[in-house]
Design a binder for this molecule. Sequence first.
Ligand code: PLP
Length: 487
Amino acid sequence: METNPLFETLDPEDWEEARELLHRMVDDAVNYLRDVRERPVWQPVPEDIEATFREPVPDGPTDADEVYRQFRDYILPYPMGNIHPRFWAWYMGSGMLSGAVGDFWASIMNPNLGGGNHAANKLEAQVTDWMKQVMGFPSDAGGIIVSGGSMANFVGLAVARNARAGYDIRKEGIHASPKRMTFYASAEVHSSNQKAIELLGHGTESLRKVPVLDDFTIDIGALRTMIGKDRQNGMQPVCVIGTSGTINTGAIDDLNALADLCAEEGLWFHVDGAIGGIAVLSDLARPQLSGIERADSLAIDLHKWMHIPFEAGVTLVRDHQAHKDSFSLIPEYLARISRGLASSEVTWFSEYGLQLTRRFRALKIWMALKEHGTKKFGRMIDRNIEQAHYTGDRIGKEPKLELLAPIGLDIVCFRYNPGGLDDEQLNDINREIKLRLEETGLAAPGYTTLSGRYCIRFAIANHRSTFEDFDLVIDEIISIGDALSGK
Ligand SMILES: Cc1ncc(COP(=O)(O)O)c(C=O)c1O
């Protein structure tokens, strides 16, 4: 049957032209990754290009070649920088080719991972099972791939709250709660946990922030006292959140002590392992993470230290039924039957999280793990930890640099301090050093403030960084600091 030329679809009108353009894109993409070191880490978007982002929505077509040209000229040269070897800001992963190809194919196939009887769904079940194996969770635990650490924490905390509410909170709502439910975490807990608790309807005050020790881990004695006091005051403690790798300093709470305390107190134990969870793959980090496998629920982030292209996180829940009970809702239009595409024989991931329509995130994780294997990911993590200590040693030897926190996992917090300046002056100088490193395109360090002192912070989740990169940037920090302070 001849194709009606007037029958419009969104497919290319000329498949050969589309193929040729795609081949060019693939060549450009490979070169882009190969040559990443030759470009500045970051550069601001020029005003004339900025103006293009204010153009109105197009109501007519633009040639695909021209669309690609605009992408190449307007967007590609001005990246965030996190795939560059000298990007150590916030806490990001640096991506990888196989993961990107997985994303590409996920979009080409475009299956809906809400559920259904198809290979992508089975692959997602396999990848979720792999994560249970990696994290030491039982094979019958619940699990779901989500967008990242924030959503992974949200899912875990929602299950925690529902499981420990003591009544059918899905049906009756939080208003039926006879007591205020309380959650506990160290003062260094990541903001995504607070957001989750707020969105679950408990309010910020229900998150009790427990003081930390000198190494920035949770003070277990203080936690025990707070739980006791809250009970006396008529609250209902439900959950303790342990952090394995805090965002500021990489500190890992004593997870075994927290698991013991939760068992004694009858509390749910959630671990935010967005930073450090997957570091169980690393020989250097694994001993510190002992106890993570005892969590009732666990959030891990594969787009951080495993470098899966954004977005990829996982929630694991020891009690499969509790996980499902929190999210399962099957209206008639989603009913399953024993055979065919809507088979009840397969896992429907929409019953384990908030989303119904879900992207095929499992593919990029599967491709990356197949290509590299867990041991290699462990070696990449080991190297980052070694680089953090290498940098820490160098800082220790430099009289004008000062380490401001113990090195936790791969996070180094320090400042330029030539002596004779107060904290306010040092904060200004260090802030300026960070900006100059960015503006010259040399590096993108992160920052934080510890006890009122502004720190330059390297969060070294980067499989492309070399030891020389750290020496180069440390030299430059001293040189900028000297120029600014006149020392
Ligand atoms: C400890 C911790 N938890 C949760 C998150 C949130 O993860 P995401 O940014 O993937 O949502 C982060 C992000 O840096 C984090 O460091």
